[in-house]
Design a binder for this molecule. Sequence first.
Ligand SMILES: NC(=O)c1ccc[n+]([C@@H]2O[C@H](COP(=O)([O-])OP(=O)(O)OC[C@H]3O[C@@H](n4cnc5c(N)ncnc54)[C@H](O)[C@@H]3O)[C@@H](O)[C@H]2O)c1
Ligand SMILES: O=C[C@H](O)CS(=O)(=O)O
Length: 486
Amino acid sequence: MSLSLRDKSLFRQQAFIGGLWLDADSGRNVPVYNPATGAELGQMPWMGAAETRRAIECAEQALVSWKKMLSKDRAAILRRWCNLILEHQEDLAQIMTAEQGKPLSESRSEISSSASYIEWFAEEAKRTYGETIPAGKKDQQLLTIRQPIGVVAAITPWNFPAQMIARKCSPALAAGCTVVIKPAPQTPYSALALAVLAQMAGLPDGVLNIVTGKAGEIGDEMTANPAVRKLSFTGSTVVGKVLMEKCALTVKQVSMELGGNAPFIVFDDANLDFAVRHVLASKFRNSGQTCVCANRIMVQSSVYDEFATKLTSAVREIKIGPGSNENTTLGPLIDDRAIDKVDGLVRDALSKGAKALIGGTPHNAGALFYAPTVLTGVTQNMQVFHKEIFGPVAPLYLFEKEEEAIDLANATRYGLAAYFFSRDVGRVWRVSEALEYGMVGANSGTLSSEATPFGGIKESGIGREGGKYGIQEFLEIKYINMGLEG
Ligand SMILES: NC(=O)c1ccc[n+]([C@@H]2O[C@H](COP(=O)([O-])OP(=O)(O)OC[C@H]3O[C@@H](n4cnc5c(N)ncnc54)[C@H](O)[C@@H]3O)[C@@H](O)[C@H]2O)c1
Ligand SMILES: O=C[C@H](O)CS(=O)(=O)O
């Protein structure tokens, strides 16, 4: 391990099941690499169905007492977890940048955001209210109560390796559920470090379990095991569909946070400098590897050239390099597959007539670096219009009228995030309503907050994470019809 941590106990190369740190039954491990250098960062247990089954059994046993605990006592443990995460923020950020590649500033911000979700749901734990319903008959009381769904399985992606854990686990735990998580194989260490701190916070054994290894086998056990009552997945739409189908056999509830293809519309009445700043915040965060990145930038014809020039000048200031360098603002992509996908989309666009004002090729900062890119003359017949780029590429599309921009924006199976910039109040309301997305940024390029419902429609997902809605995803409504003796 090449990390210099204040608390070395945070860096774990074993899975966490029933409060124990374990190797795979087979003893097999697989390497985890630092995407900035290609160096091996450590090893990860290569577990499968048997270990997953045991983790689910541990979660089922722990559920009995965890769900009976007073919500304020569950809240106190979550609060301690939140505080420990903030106390260890720098170490957690170092681990995240080493395994995922994002700049340290972004890793610190993600750790802070993760703690905010835990803090938010520690409070929500105490507000899982039921209701009484006016009786229709004499000597009768009608009421509902909220109860935890039970054992929850969670599968998370590599692009936000801490926040996706916090955003799923904290509402589940707050609701009284127990959890078995499979993190992405590219980024297991952030999840395992959070488990170290959860154990330190007093989370009882078996309440939180982390299994690492063979995604297909682990996923098959999670989706088939009848003890699992809910699957919460964040990842690509194609995998989400597979998991949904498998969950149907045992009628599991699902939350799906899937892919995106966000339009970013710049109208002729927008403040262009302001819009450029928000493109940078939306498009180039995490090297463009976020589900809510501006994926299609649509600019009204009369301001197209001016906007393209301003954006290119701003992109020229981006500092590409290893995330461990404090002045880096753009890190590497996660792996070779990502580089090939991004470069393939750019080459396809260029071959069909698009032009690169800046970038347009991999960068010599290292094997997994792609140059921040602005493409003009991009059209719907190019693959980049229909695919989630997941890289630092800003394709510019030209439109004439408002209606055309909305039709172009909605011409996708995805429906996660959308953005637009205009200073016309009537247009702001019209466009906010017309865009077919779960989340809309009106004169804003950023959306995420622990206080708001994060999620998509169409093939971007089911359910919401965060806000007052996040905990409802892990609660069942029980209706009680109470007859009173005459
Ligand atoms: N909507 C959101 O909140 C959100 C957030 C982050 C990422 N994403 C999406 O995730 C994708 C990028 O992340 P990714 O490359 O890790 O996605 P991915 O779907 O390839 O993998 C996500 C997780 O699923 C696991 N997985 C893959 N195949 C599986 C299977 N058959 N059974 C069980 N688990 C399986 C992976 O190991 C990983 O842990 C993008 O599409 C992005 O838009 C969405
Ligand atoms: O990639 C998806 C994340 O949910 C993005 S955000 O940090 O929530 O905006």
